[in-house]
Design a protein around this ligand. Sequence first.
Ligand SMILES: C[S@@+](CC[C@H](N)C(=O)[O-])C[C@H]1O[C@@H](n2cnc3c(N)ncnc32)[C@H](O)[C@@H]1O
Length: 472
Amino acid sequence: MSEKKVIIKELTIEKFSQKGKAIAFDEKKNKIVITNAVVKDVILAELNKKKHKGIIKGRILEILKPSSFRENPKCKHFDICGGCIWQNIKYLSQLEQKQFFLIDTFQDFINKTNVEVHPIVKSKNIFEYRNKMEFSFSQNRKKTKFLGLIMKGGRFVIDIQRCHLADIWFSKVLIEVKNWWEKYDVDAFNYFNGDGFLKNLTVKGGKNTQDKMVILTTSDSYILTDEEKKDFIDHVLKSIHPDKKISIFLNTQISKKGVKTTFNLQKLYGDEFIREDLNINALGKKIKLSFQIGPNSFFQPNTHMAEVLYATAINYLDKQEIKDKTALDLYSGTGTIAMILSKFVKKVIAIELSENACNMAKENMNLNNIKNFEMINGDVSKVLATLLSNENFEKPQIVIVDPPRSGLTDDAIDNILKIYPETIIYISCNINTQLENIKVLAENNYQLKILHPIDQFPHTFHIENIAILKRT
Ligand SMILES: C[S@@+](CC[C@H](N)C(=O)[O-])C[C@H]1O[C@@H](n2cnc3c(N)ncnc32)[C@H](O)[C@@H]1O
């Protein structure tokens, strides 16, 4: 008889990791991660015998005493779907946990200096808040087809009938596209061997406009016939009211060994762009801006909380003091923050690496009739170095940064320090890299004044945080 591979143990969940995982410890102080458990749950758990990277993984066999933070998840896929891992925790407890992570991360600053830490701003909606979802195609060995989200802690895709993170229309499209796929003998792309065809289905929608967009991403291993494309369009159209606006794209990834991967984007139906509006209430002014969003454009995924994020950040500036000043929006994406700021300052210069996002920003500038805005395409540190080498460059007094999760590079920080602005507003989706960067800024005459977290992603562990730094 083979040796049993699991251990059964009673455990109390002691904390969450910053990645949202429920952690318990056994009598030997081994770290145990339990899927779908909640802090303060007392559970009977089935544990793997073997440690993986110093951690024992386990699952709940029985909840002996449920935590008071627990709540029944709304989603029927919750137990296995990796889309959101905190749906079984009361929303207020999720917020408390995020606030705790922030304070814990910035503890040294909070202890040593006079940092104002604001309570995390609640998301306006805790369900149906996302304006974009990316679903995956997959097949198992028996060729059963799956279209949905990746399993918790796994690599496999599960079928999704209803995802509550986005409007019900997203799920209707998903079901229609699955129905379309069932009719044809085309395979999902296999990431392990590079075979197969269907990769992702991206669904986007304007929360304030109801415009809709669907993008089917495939490999180049097959070419859909005109009939298959038309049938795809017909299936997608079935998911919407005939009066609604929709754009449908086919995005083919072209991969050749030794050659850089390229994409061939083909519009199958509707306009090139959809529109989303932002209603910002900042510095006593109500601003409405419209944005064209293309198939490749980045846009903050929670529209209503993006409105709150931008307004909260800008409200830390003084309207009178900034009206004759120049601002820099670094890592600007499609220039959303820059366009809002342009209403309050003399001039904004935005820098963004993605050429596509820069082009979209320029379109959006024209759409909103904004003239005091310069968009520069390139790497932040290189563009700043070039600007600084020009002796006529007027150094901006306000710098806003919103970098990717990896944070600011040393060169980017050096160049920001050479500009030496009065105020730095640092927006981040990764409080750990934000902390490391702020430590360097603090060693170079900047004082961290304010931390203001915003909840953009209920039911996930993600935190968006605004930090305000002032030159001392
Ligand atoms: C978190 S997004 C911020 C987008 C924007 N602030 C917004 O709210 O829509 C980060 C942006 O930084 C850009 N980026 C990444 N690395 C960069 C670099 N080295 N230089 C300039 N932009 C970069 C990405 O293309 C992306 O648009």
